[in-house]
Design a binder for this molecule. Structure first.
Ligand SMILES: [Mg+2]
Length: 213
């Protein structure tokens, strides 16, 4: 439950707030996950916008069973530091935005993986506070912003996270960014009230136009 999720380590200043997803936004996820799969004779095919059903054995073309897909994803997160790297211009753009806004990372992963992720982010000088939770992102964003009269923005690749924030924090600027170019065309349209960004340069322009109003 969100009530039990501690946000004590997140200290906000009296500036705009940018809440930012990690996988497929700040860090590459699908490309390194595909590379991780290929290292063990499997592959990820961009056939639809999901992992389950799209991981195959390279030799036979046979689709990997759903419970193994979940196990592979778990193993990848345990070993993420060996595989994941920042998306193009993510580090520089966030450093620029941090001059004018508070940045908080919000990643939808089991909290047991948070320490590995924290160390990985720090290695790339991404020292912004991290919240790792499987709670609805909208509830977390609402708690973080806490009704302050300051502009705030949320960046994510997944529509249901954007919609969760739209529901619980309707004043929040919603930005859709997905780094992987193979899966991006397969993603469902995020719909009304969500601004699509092509890359981090685009994200910076969209957010600056919002927070400098
Ligand atoms: Mg993501």
């Amino acid at each position: 439950m969100t009530n039990e999720l501690s946000l004590d380590h997140v200290r906000l200043t009296n500036r705009p707030l940018i809440v930012c997803d990690i996988d497929e936004v700040v860090l590459e996820f699908l490309t390194p996950f595909r590379d991780f799969l290929r290292a063990s004779g499997r592959d990820l095919l961009p056939r639809s916008f999901r992992l389950h059903g799209n991981i195959v054995l390279i030799e036979s073309g046979e689709t990997v069973a759903d419970d193994l897909v979940s196990a592979l994803q778990e193993e990848f997160f345990l070993r993420q530091a060996d595989w994941q790297t920042p998306a193009a211009l993510a580090v520089e753009t966030l450093a620029g935005l941090a001059q004018e806004a508070d940045i908080v990372f919000l990643t939808a992963m089991p909290p047991r993986h948070a320490a590995v992720r924290r160390a990985l982010l720090d290695r790339f000088s991404l020292h912004y506070p991290l919240v790792a939770t499987e709670d609805a992102k909208g509830l977390v964003v609402k708690r973080l912003h806490a009704g302050r009269k300051l502009p705030f923005a949320f960046i994510d690749d997944i529509s249901h996270n954007l919609h969760s924030v739209r529901e619980h924090a309707p004043d929040c600027l919603l930005v859709n960014l997905m780094i992987n170019a193979d899966f991006r065309p397969l993603a469902p349209d995020p719909g009304k009230g969500v601004t699509k960004a092509r890359d981090w340069t685009d994200v910076a322009q969209i957010i600056r136009a919002h927070i400098s109003r």
